[in-house]
Design a binder for this molecule. Structure first.
Ligand SMILES: NC(=O)c1ccc[n+]([C@@H]2O[C@H](COP(=O)([O-])OP(=O)(O)OC[C@H]3O[C@@H](n4cnc5c(N)ncnc54)[C@H](O)[C@@H]3O)[C@@H](O)[C@H]2O)c1
Length: 350
């Protein structure tokens, strides 16, 4: 049985991907620090091998009997990367690179790395730069998150050789239900706001572009790269995107989809500038090379998400665990306090 080491496998994408891998008959070993707990793995916990560990310090034994590695671990958005740029770089760039070295030493040929389409960000208000970008477009990201992804891409691609096959996926912003839910991603935020407050808030008038893709389609993109001939993917970067949409159009679509499941919501507009990101990308290359195309629409995903949020009780919408930056800040604060008090209800002084 083909065994996959899935770094970050307890995360939003990782937990959906782990399930998909199991369904397709792969054996799955997850290495994750479990920052967001194990909830994402609840339904598959007895079918995966779990190593609770930091990706910056992977023991080579984690690669024993492993046939391929998928790395969806690390800090996964701008706010957390900016909160601790050093940790971000160590996880998203240095650890990603070291993992490639470990793969080569262990004879693991294929390594798929989660990059991000935010590498293409051009910001709003610059019409000359507002064009469809593809994998050939020169990029020079400046933000902590996107530049750490770009640095990792360059390091990994430079390692491509006949017996080592690194592959990069630049995913657009993901939407959809995952057992490790995130409400800090734009579509999911809209659904959460609609369900909890009956209001969708459009920042900056919703003028910005965003490439979007459903989490199950994202998982299938990893599968496609895993199963493709090495020659088709070795050293390649692929964008993964269902559609590019202005956020204003997205809000209208989400409102309409929710109306279809009995949720009425209002759209409010705020024109304040908040350093918004804007970019649109072509997903044609992965289709040409591998015949892969995302198929799950915003509407289908939103309706499915609304249903599952209720069915599985993900309705504690304000819980910080659904918002990566709030959760990281809270964990740090708790860590500082516990260093002084000792274990919360433990007896006696430390
Ligand atoms: N969610 C998106 O919209 C999106 C879009 C483009 C790219 N990506 C990339 O895809 C990957 C997965 O994103 P996600 O939304 O699932 O993020 P997530 O934050 O839900 O998951 C990340 C996982 O990595 C684990 N992790 C973090 N630091 C770790 C460390 N030092 N050692 C071990 N484990 C660690 C966390 O515990 C978590 O389970 C990330 O690399 C992200 O940058 C995500």
């Amino acid at each position: 049985m083909t065994k996959i080491l899935l770094v970050g496998g307890a995360g939003y994408v990782g937990s959906v991907l782990a399930e998909e891998l199991l369904e397709r008959g792969y054996a799955v070993r997850i290495l994750d620090r479990l920052y967001y707990g194990e909830d994402g793995l609840r339904s598959i916990r007895d079918r995966v091998d779990l190593i609770q560990s930091d990706m910056r310090n992977i023991n080579p034994s984690a690669l024993e009997e492993v046939d391929a590695v998928i790395n969806v671990g690390g800090l996964s958005n701008d706010p957390t990367a900016e909160y601790n740029p050093r940790a971000n770089y160590d996880m998203n760039t240095t650890a990603a690179h070291k993992l490639a070295d470990l793969c080569m030493a262990a004879g693991v040929r294929r390594y798929i790395y989660a990059s991000s389409a935010s590498i293409y960000d051009t910001g709003v208000g610059n019409d000359e730069k507002d064009v469809l970008q593809d994998e050939e477009t020169p990029v020079a990201p400046k933000a902590a998150y996107s530049s750490s992804k770009r640095e990792a891409e360059k390091a990994l691609i430079s390692l491509a050789r006949p017996d080592f096959c690194p592959v990069i996926l630049r995913k657009g912003t993901i939407y959809g239900f995952s057992p490790r839910m995130r409400y800090d991603l734009v579509v999911n935020t809209f659904v959460k706001d609609a369900l909890s407050r009956g209001v969708i808030m459009l920042h900056y008038g919703g003028e910005m572009w965003r490439p979007l893709v459903d989490v199950r389609d994202a998982a299938r993109a990893y599968l496609a790269c895993l199963q493709a001939d090495e020659d088709k993917v070795r050293g390649q970067i692929f964008n993964v995107c269902y559609h590019n949409m202005r956020i204003s159009e997205l809000a209208l679509r989400v409102r309409e989809a929710l109306r279809g499941v009995g949720v009425n919501t209002e759209i409010q507009v705020d024109y304040g500038y908040r350093g918004v990101r804007s970019y649109r990308i072509s997903g044609a290359k992965i289709n040409r090379a591998l015949g892969f195309r995302p198929i799950i629409s915003i509407e289908e995903s939103v309706q499915d998400m609304a249903e599952k949020i209720r069915q599985y009780n993900y309705t504690d919408f304000d819980h910080p665990k659904y918002y990566n930056i709030r959760w990281m800040r809270l964990l740090e604060e708790a860590d500082r306090i516990i260093k002084v008090t000792g274990s919360v209800f433990g007896v006696g002084s430390r």
